[in-house]
Design a protein around this ligand. Sequence first.
Ligand code: ZN
Length: 507
Amino acid sequence: MLAKITSCALVGLEGVLVDVEVDVHPGLVGKIDIVGLPDAAIQESRERVRSAIHNSHLAFPQRRVTINLAPADLHKEGPAYDLPIAVGILAGANQIPADYRDSMFIGELSLDGSVRHVNGIISMASVAREKGLRTIYVPHEDAPEAALVPDLTVIPVETLGQLVMHLGNLLPIEPYKPENDEAAEDEPPYATDFAEIRGQEHVKRALEVAAAGGHCVLMSGPPGSGKTLLARALPSILPRMTIDEALEVTKIYSVAGMLPPGQPLLRQRPFRAPHHTISQAGLVGGGHWPRPGEVSLAHRGVLFLDELPEFGMRTLEVLRQPLEDKVVTISRASGSLSFPASFLLVGARNPCPCGYYGDPLHECTCSRGMVESYQKRISGPLMDRIDIHVEVPHVDYEKLTGEALAEPSSAVRARVEAARERQRARLEGTPLYCNADMGPAEVRRFCKLDTAGRSLIKAAMMQMGLSARAYHRVLKLARTIADLAGAEEIAAPHLAEALQYRRRQGE
Ligand SMILES: [Zn+2]
């Protein structure tokens, strides 16, 4: 007879319902035909399901089995269909009841019949709820993740044998009940806190401005000046993630198979620091069956690119689109898909190839030409996206991480959150999120200057030769600095600080 089981595929971050139709009918005994799965996956799934049924002390039907996974044109990848296929076979052979129209089944089977973890559970549970399904059967270890989606009964399955006892009403499995409300739980402390970084006060201030307005930063300084440490501390002063942001980030990590065990919901803002040898696909996502790249893994958090010039023009070029759109679009033969990628970019670079150009203590061994070409290795369009340029001078490591504590991240974050709140109120009704997002029209509207401010910026434009673009950048930064100060109007001191974060001459 024919059994129909609902399962789920992933397209990008979204779940798509898949019907697993199983027909158990007279014919060549024990033969399994599967249509609608790629070849390699068919073979593997067939063997796993057969062994799992045998090793669960269940009878594999002495008939012919035909399985269809629909829709046929949808790419179905991975082993998540093992469990629904096994349930379909047993239902088709009348070994268990046959009607599961309100349920979704997800799980990989191991040969001994135990049910193993599957990536993307939260996306699958979300679509189950959207489509009005009531119950989701998931691998035992994935139950806390599925339970993040409300209004679903989550059945945690350890083995196929256990599931059969449950479906046959012989020994029901208790639905998963979260021990504590994941959503209400506070974020765990960040590994690096501003309190641990002494000195470099002006860099910390620049990062505070960056966090407050969502501005991209470039730190320049010799090796050992603490650029990485400073960047690592940045997520701890960004505003606390809302529950919706936490769920977005969790979805990305779940689909990428990178959720840490025992942590179904990510509450911390991500920090990603890929090496400069990373491929373009690794950075923005892609591959044959697209996976989120580093820009998406950094969504709602910080993407730190150390030794920025080493990434090379072509790799950095691919950052432009996500920086502009806050989303990555990947084209494939079967259509395009997108991953969210709203991140704060923090770059770091040495002043020259040897690292000591301009250092009072070490001698730079690079030629003048080498220094100049090194500094030009970041493309103009990317440089245009960077609002804050800050020099990070050398300090003794002991001093940088000494005993006495600096102002803790929590205090800085309180100011950042207040500044964001002002922006939110001001930008309400626009699609913009923070000051860094403002275009020329918003700059004109929201960054008005008083007389003192106007004459200051006029003088600066003359003396420093600011371009129109640089002028807008300074106004946006001044808006953020005023927001940090709780000031409604941009005043001369805010402009003066913003002018300090401009690019070096000649870049
Ligand atoms: Zn040098």
